[in-house]
Design a binder for this molecule. Sequence first.
Ligand code: ATP
Length: 286
Amino acid sequence: MENIVEVRGLTKQFKGFALNNLNFDIKKGFITGFIGANGAGKTTTIRCLMDLIRADQGEIRLFGESHKNHTVEIKERIGFVYDADFYYEELTIEKNKRILAPFYAKWDDELFYYYLRKFQLNTAQRVKHLSKGMRMKFSLAMALSHHPDFIVMDEPTAGLDPIVRRELLDMMQDLIQDEEKAIFFSTHITTDLEKIADFIVFIHQGEIIFQGEKDEFTERYVLVKGTTDQRTLLDGLPVIGLRTTDVGFECLADTAEIPLDHLSKLFIEKPTLEDIMYYTGRREFE
Ligand SMILES: Nc1ncnc2c1ncn2[C@@H]1O[C@H](COP(=O)(O)OP(=O)(O)OP(=O)(O)O)[C@@H](O)[C@H]1O
């Protein structure tokens, strides 16, 4: 499997927060979901990938090159779905396109108008009058119309109604069909990832906790439940996010740290992505 992106030792320090020595890859031909709680560092990481902010340390390679020497060529090959603030709010869709399209050598007007028709967007409409879903579609049309090899989206499905969201997910799957592109997107909507992601990168408090195949991720963890009397069976085990209920307890266990036979007397379930995020997030309260 070929890597479209390789991140090595990425470190970025802000007052009170740091991306700490991140290492991960994004594979060509696949959809990679980027998950983590609010403030975990997703947008900061994406901004480093896009060279919108400078990392303090580390190396980011896109298509085998670094921004330092090849930023123009790299950006030509990326379709970045910006949040709406990037566009000229007072101007129409058509005028925004006229200003931004010349930056891309492979800009394809025909494709742009195809997406506008598909998304039922009107070229004469001012960006400031677009609804949230329409903005996302406009941003997507702009990002896809220069034939990018790598598509990066920061929370593209947030705030979209279920129909538009489903359309967007279907589109992502269509785009990846030729196996030449890669998609990387952050989201809090873990069910979207359950539907379409092949790989997961999970960031927690500025550190990568997991990167790899989605199924490997969900299979690595188990949800553990037991009665109050059984609570002592957990003694000495590094379980995650232990939660006491009226009748017993629930927690998550990483089978890389706790072999399953240690939990054989307890009730075990397969967790969802959301379960893994929830219990991992509870770590701080323990
Ligand atoms: N320019 C900046 N200066 C100082 N701190 C910053 C800056 N940008 C981000 N941060 C801090 O970095 C941390 C991570 O923010 P980031 O936006 O990357 O998180 P996120 O995972 O995208 O969160 P969310 O899911 O809420 O969008 C936060 O504590 C934020 O306050």
